[in-house]
Write a protein that binds this ligand. Structure first.
Ligand SMILES: N[C@@H](CCC(=O)N[C@@H](CS)C(=O)NCC(=O)O)C(=O)O
Length: 205
């Protein structure tokens, strides 16, 4: 049984969706980040960065325990352990890697920037928030083109979809209000309807 340390955020949900989609047994430990749970000494032993998500798998590679942070690394770990979500076809697999990176290193940081500039920076400016919102919509416009004529980003449900969906779900209001992005909106509804995704969101909160 994998211990999952998470909270109600896109990064937390990304890890939970991955474990659920891969059919791996896990136990949810919810952290209250606002109350400082992430900075408690017992949690810093699991992730010295004090951030969620993190997992502890007592049955890691070679039967040895493994402790892992970073939501993208958890998605890849769950996919490799289960043999799911990484396309067998080399061309689809290469695409899955490309779009996994787009989700984790382009889209997710932009979404995080919206969060930080609107609530955490010392000097708040609505123009900065609008800048990052537009940047997010532009990045999703690229995904929209990739989704043309297919249900999933790399042709089958893969690490790319799992990495992106929690970010899109967190920005649903912004995306729904934006013109266009018809393929992304239909894909988001498709992802939300997947039983494992719905269960993961319910488990994660
Ligand atoms: N790149 C990391 C980001 C992790 C992260 O920033 N987690 C946030 C919640 S979404 C957190 O725990 N923040 C609390 C903190 O860093 O103090 C990942 O994908 O897991």
């Amino acid at each position: 049984m994998i211990d999952l340390y998470t909270a109600s955020t896109g990064n937390g949900r990304r890890a939970t969706v991955a474990l659920e989609e891969c059919g791996l047994a896990y136990k949810v430990h919810k952290l209250d980040l606002a109350k400082g749970d992430g900075k408690k000494p017992e949690y810093l032993k699991i992730n010295p960065a004090g951030a969620i998500p993190a997992i502890v798998d007592p049955d890691g590679p070679g039967g040895k325990p493994v402790t892992l942070a970073q939501s993208g690394a958890i998605v890849l770990y769950a996919a490799e352990k289960s043999g799911k979500l990484i396309p067998k076809d080399p061309a689809k697999r290469a695409l899955a890697y490309q779009w996994f990176m787009q989700a984790t290193t382009d889209v997710a940081p932009t979404s995080s920037s919206i969060f930080y500039v609107s609530s955490h920076v010392p000097v708040k400016d609505a123009g900065n928030t609008a800048y990052f919102e537009q940047r997010l919509l532009t990045q999703l416009g690229v995904v929209d083109k990739q989704l043309e004529g297919q249900d999933y980003i790399a042709g089958e449900c893969s690490i790319a979809d799992i990495a992106l969906y929690p970010v899109v779900a967190a920005r649903k209001a912004l995306i729904d209000a934006a013109p266009g992005l018809a393929n992304v909106k239909a894909w988001a509804a498709r992802m939300a309807a997947r039983p494992a995704v719905a269960k993961a969101f319910a488990n994660n909160g």
